[in-house]
Each structure stands twice: as C-alpha cells, then as structure tokens.
Design a protein around this ligand. Structure first.
Ligand SMILES: O=c1ccn([C@H]2C[C@H](O)[C@@H](COP(=O)(O)OP(=O)(O)OP(=O)(O)O)O2)c(=O)[nH]1
Ligand SMILES: [Mg+2]
Length: 153
C-alpha cells in the first residue's frame, strides 16, 4: 500500500540516535509511538499533568487528514498515565512541536524515563463540512432521542 508522506522536522538531536525515530511497531500497527524528549527522568505525582516535548514536528499539509495523539493502553491501564487533554488533535496546518500532555490520573507516582514511549500518533481522514442553516429537519427514525433513549438491552 502506498503511504502518504509528510515532512518531519527533528527538533532534538537525540532523535534517531539515543531516542529512536517513531516507527510502526508491526506491519498492522495503527499508531506510531511518541517518545518523551526529557533532559532527566520525570516523576509525575498523582493528579499531576505535564506537557512533554517529543522532539518532532510534522506538517500534514493536507486538510483531508489530521493526526490524533492517543494514550498507550499499557501506561493508561497499568500506571494511570493518560493524556491531560484525553485526546490530542493535530491540525494539518500545525507546524509546531508535537507535544504530549501527560496526566497521572492514578494514585501512585510514576517516573517517565528519557525517551520512553508516552503516547501514540494516529493519522486519520477528515471531512470538513459546510453547513446549510434550516428551520427544521426531515424527521428521522431517531428524531431527537439520545442518551439512552433506545434502552439498555
Ligand atoms: O495533544 C496535543 C494537542 C494539540 N497539539 C498541537 C497541534 C494542534 O494543531 C494545536 C492546537 O490544538 P487544539 O486546536 O486542540 O488546541 P486549542 O486549545 O484549540 O489551541 P489553538 O487555539 O492553537 O487551536 O496544538 C499538540 O501538539 N498536542
Ligand atoms: Mg484549536
């Protein structure tokens, strides 16, 4: 399969050296792991949130694509390390450093090591909408029902 190509800037000279460049871990991986570009290990105390550098910027350039920063399941489930913004959305025109908001939502301190994989980046298709303002909609089966309106079984 041909892959779209993005320009990437390496903002930290350790990337590609002591801190590996992101790569798909397996042929079927959806995400690229992002690593913490720290100068020293960082202990996140319970409830603490810190914005961490990744040492990389990407320019997606194509408005029909975006990237999402998602938590790693192991860190989130086992150690309570998730994202302070829950999900990060990278706009196609963003050219700044990819940043990861790390939140310790658990009840024990967790130390992030230099170069540790802290989150994952997933490229996703995007549809930009145009809106037509109307007074009413053609009625659908659901109508305005939501929030459990179809029951629980
Ligand atoms: O986890 C994240 C989330 C966002 N960003 C960058 C890329 C994104 O394109 C930009 C803006 O993000 P967003 O639109 O979610 O934040 P905002 O609070 O609305 O800021 P802005 O006013 O700059 O759009 O910040 C990151 O590096 N990491
Ligand atoms: Mg925004």
């Amino acid at each position: 399969m041909t892959r779209p190509t993005f320009q990437v800037r390496i903002l930290d000279a350790r990337i590609g050296d002591s801190i590996p460049f992101p790569e798909y871990a397996t042929a079927g991986s959806a995400g690229l792991d992002l690593r913490a570009c720290l100068d020293e290990p960082l202990t996140l105390h319970p409830g603490e949130t810190r914005l961490l550098k990744t040492g990389l910027s990407i320019h997606i350039a194509d408005a029909s694509l975006a990237a999402m920063i998602l938590p790693r399941s192991g860190l989130g489930h086992k150690h309570g390390i998730v994202l302070g913004n829950l999900v990060g959305l990278i706009d196609s025109d963003y050219q700044g450093e990819l940043m990861v908001s790390c939140w310790n939502r658990g009840d024990t301190p967790f130390t992030i090591e230099i170069g540790e994989r802290i989150a994952q980046l997933v490229l996703v298709p995007v549809v930009q909408a145009a809106f037509e303002v109307v007074d009413s909609f053609d009625t659908s089966d659901r109508g305005e029902g939501g929030f459990g309106s179809t029951g629980t079984h």
